[in-house]
Design a protein around this ligand. Structure first.
Ligand code: PLP
Ligand code: ZN
Length: 469
């Protein structure tokens, strides 16, 4: 095992303060070989040419013919300096949009001008995962990997597959559970030519297996236990700040699945503060689906805290035992967050401490109604993404988020990822509604935009249009 040399400017480091072991960035690791905890990519900022103002990044807007300046990830290379320029892999990820949405803002109870939606659905594969995938691929290229794998509820596999197809650097292998992947996402992996392994089990099973496979072979793992992936996801926050004129919002609200995003956001802000680029850190709200609410249960109900790295993890084992004994499986329409054993739990606890965070859970009904509001506002998203809006609504209702706070909800994935849920919500076909949504505890489609049925006669058609428009 190559420990990090004193001269290394970037290295991997165990997040447990009591261990803190360091390893070279040339190693492929998904946990600390000494104590089993997660790893960070850490930088020796004092010896790096660290940026002392955001202006550096703005200057790159003039150089958009340079792929690294065009990328919404690598435009911030100085803030994730683990890869030399020639190793960087980009397919143009991170061309995303932050917009004010007064319609959705009104729905969640906020005053005009305050609710912002960060639309990550604009990435090449349609979800935020591309931010992290470009970073993982850059690392894989540094170390010369030829095969990469992930377990996925869908979007990680779509992202892996598109990076393989475009760059031809590696062969992509995806592990999925049976029946738990939306067609939008599966179709991407198949179309882009990834080797698809379907396992009899759910996401948590697929995750356990792919880790085993990566341990026994030289296959490069691109799940978010890969610390390099999270480096790429930090840039979502950089782009949020950039869009706000480098002003720090009051709240970041994000859905929580494997908790990679929330973890990387906390790291991004801690580093920016360390570098003196910001003087205040926004609060973080992580939103679980009620059917996959491990973080909510442990953090909100059972008081689990990072506690400066001294977390007592006994409640976690205890909770997982409970899940096993009750044969409780994660279960939500928001398939991207249908995860009961979030791999980045410890890092997320740390982020919640850094960002004075809160955790909430939302029901399927709340998710789908919020999703319909997001769609009506013009930025369609998939169900998991809408959990952020549903969670923000809950927090405004509770008075935790103020009506005049500046809030950013992350829309993690594109509307077309999961058209079934959308069509079932808006349908006039009660049977379809019951089958897809009713069976999951959704009782009404409060904001349905139903198709109008008319006979094939011109007068009837015109009459219907006049009646409804
Ligand atoms: C992966 C994913 C999530 C969950 O993000 P984590 O970083 O695993 O918490 C949420 N929404 C979408 C659309 C995703 O693809
Ligand atoms: Zn360790």
């Amino acid at each position: 095992m190559a420990v990090a040399a004193r001269t290394d400017l970037a290295f991997q480091q165990c997040i447990a303060p009591a261990c803190g072991a360091t390893f070279s960035v040339d190693e492929v690791l998904t946990s600390c070989p000494l104590c089993g905890n997660l790893l960070d990519v850490t930088y020796d900022w004092d010896r790096l040419p660290a940026p002392n103002s955001f202006e550096l990044f703005e200057r790159k807007w003039m150089r958009r013919s340079d792929p690294l300046a065009l990328s919404g990830v690598w435009r911030f290379h100085e803030l994730l300096p683990f890869a030399p320029r020639e190793s960087v892999v980009t397919i143009g990820e991170g061309q995303t949009l932050l917009s004010v949405s007064d319609g959705v803002g009104r729905y969640i109870g906020m005053n005009p001008g305050q609710l912002h939606l960060q639309y990550e659905g604009l990435n090449p594969s349609g979800s935020f995962k591309d931010n992290g995938m470009s970073a993982a691929f850059s690392h894989a290229r540094m170390i010369g990997a030829t095969r990469a794998a992930c377990a996925s509820t869908g979007n990680t596999s779509a992202s892996l597959a598109v990076y393989c197809a475009v760059t031809r650097l590696m062969r992509g292998i995806i592990f999925i559970g049976s029946g738990k992947i939306s067609y939008g996402k599966l179709s991407q992996a198949l179309d882009y030519g990834a080797l698809t392994i379907q396992i009899a089990g759910d996401f948590d099973d697929a995750m356990a297996r792919v880790k085993e496979v990566a341990g026994k072979t030289n296959i490069y793992l691109v799940n978010s236990v890969n610390p390099f992936r999270l480096e790429g996801q930090k840039t979502i926050m950089y782009r949020v700040l950039e869009s706000l004129g480098w002003e720090v919002p009051d709240w970041i609200v994000v859905p929580g699945g494997n908790l990679g995003n929330s973890s990387s956001f906390g790291k991004a802000f801690a580093e920016l503060r360390h570098l003196g680029l910001i003087d205040r850190i926004p609060r973080l709200a992580v939103i679980n689906a009620a059917g996959a609410n491990t973080l909510y249960e442990l953090f909100h109900n059972r008081g689990l805290r990072w506690n400066g790295g001294q977390a007592d993890l006994a409640p976690v084992c205890h909770y997982y035992d409970e899940l096993d004994r009750g044969e409780k499986r994660a279960d939500t329409l928001a398939s991207a967050i249908e995860i009961n054993r979030p791999v980045n739990l410890n890092k997320c606890l740390r982020a919640l401490e850094v960002c004075d965070g809160v955790v909430r859970e939302v029901t399927e009904q709340e998710i789908l109604d919020a999703k319909a509001q997001v769609g009506a506002g013009g930025l369609g998203c998939e169900p998991a993404s809408a959990a952020s809006v549903a969670g923000a609504r809950k927090l405004v209702n509770e008075g935790v988020i103020g009506r005049d706070d500046r809030v950013v909800c992350i829309l993690t994935g594109h509307q077309l990822k999961d058209p079934n849920a959308t069509v079932a919500y808006h349908t006039t076909d009660q049977e379809l509604f019951n089958e897809v949504l009713g069976s999951r505890g959704v009782s009404r489609a409060s904001f349905a935009n139903r198709a109008v049925t008319v006979g094939n006669r011109i007068d009837d058609i015109i009459q219907a249009i006049d009646l409804y428009s």
